[in-house]
Design a protein around this ligand. Sequence first.
Ligand code: NAD
Length: 494
Amino acid sequence: MNQTQIDELRAQSVPAFQHLIDGKHVPASDGQVMDIISPIDGQVLTTTAKGTKTDMDAAIASARAAFEDGRWAGQPPAARKKVMLKWADLIEANALELAVLGVRDNGTEIGMALKAEPGSAAATIRYYAEALDKVYGEVAPTSSDVLGMIHKEPVGVVGAIIPWNFPMMIGAWKLGPALAMGNSVVLKPAETASLSLMRMCDLALEAGLPSGVLNAVTGEGAVVGETLGLSMDVDVLVFTGSGGTGRRLMEYAARSNMKRVYLELGGKSPNIIFADAPNLDEAAKVAAGGIFRNAGQVCVAGSRLLVEASIHDEFVAAVAKAAEGMRVGDPLKVDTHIGAVNSEIQLNANLGFVETAKSEGGHVVTGGERILKETGGYYMAPTIVTGVDQNATLAQKEVFGPVLGVTPFTSDAEAIQIANSTVYGLAGGVWTSNLSRAHRMIRGVRTGVMHVNTYGGPDVTVPLGGVGQSGNGADKSLHAIDKYVNLKTAWIKL
Ligand code: NAD
């Protein structure tokens, strides 16, 4: 990563973005656009088309037509694989340009953005490209006078609604398996982070994906997202975002064609530190990184720190020291550790959570305020609040910002009880040298992912999905493929 190259890319003006429908860039049907504000400085970066219901209907019709005529699903797996591998190569070849564009749009620090966005998007697309010709049907163990076969068929049109924190990576988690299995897709990126994902869609066409197989419509969730959710012609909805929107998507499905809905929602993930952790200094640094990178806008962020009471004060001091050593600022500087909060609305929501925490008896050890206001950007100091009761707002509600709440515990059973005391169940961590205790915690804490003596970093080979109100149906790994296929039984009399 070279600062000069980054500076050259950031100096370039960003063109206005339009929808991608049936292989063409098109404006909104009524010509309206939305300003895209860069969280780096609060200035208008460019505009995107402000989609209408008509636009979304056109995108869905395009995806449907592409699916029905078999221009993609009907291609031999080897041909689909070739296109997707080329797409992954193109993402990699354009990685820095994509990452800088994405950072100007959503504020993630460039080091993390480069790795997590084009880096993992390319790896994900490649993973599903490699997998697509290894997905077999099954032959059932029937009696000898019949043959029971189970085919795996593409579902048809997939609607994919994406959040703003890691648009390319999360986009790839949906697009990879959906396209690999032969489906057509209509993508709805987030209002405040669409540019790099839209550019990534262009690269798919450049790699040879036929027109109409992948369509993308920008605009407001309440307009184009709702149209997608209510469509009678969308077979599956896949979503990452907030619980409130997830609930709406289930309603849309119930009110329309009862399409399948898979939700990746928020979390309030507990990172549990025992006094017998192998290296408490390392644990403190990783715990700080696990909540503060990308300004806490990470679905699996370890936002609840559960610390064994005997080491509470010294451990909190170590995490505070690590937090204070993290440079917050211009996300396009290579030495920045924490970039900008995605939007002013999000920043104000974060600050509101800190005020509530204080009013509920929490003590702010470090941070707690907006910083670098003179830049016009949306920056917040990494914040640690101690004395957070397990029932306090900060322990129960997802902040999605750089705010860590600390709660002490005195036994394994109490740690598990506190860890399981929210409606969420996305991720968690445990730090201990005791192997049996580690396994007990893995079993006892109800989450989709548990880290042991680390936090963050699982790659595409393992599933990421929540339990409880963190969602259903995991992204990543071969298991994700199941969301994008229908099982069809053929029962044949011999
Ligand atoms: P959000 O729900 O506000 O928006 C997500 C997407 O939904 C956006 O594209 C938005 O336009 C769209 N949307 C909004 N209203 C809609 C509606 N009425 N109908 C259809 N679509 C609509 O969430 P966000 O604020 O962008 O993302 C942050 C949330 O995402 C956090 O809660 C975070 O934990 C969660 N998240 C979860 C994971 C995971 O893997 N579980 C990963 C990243 C983020």
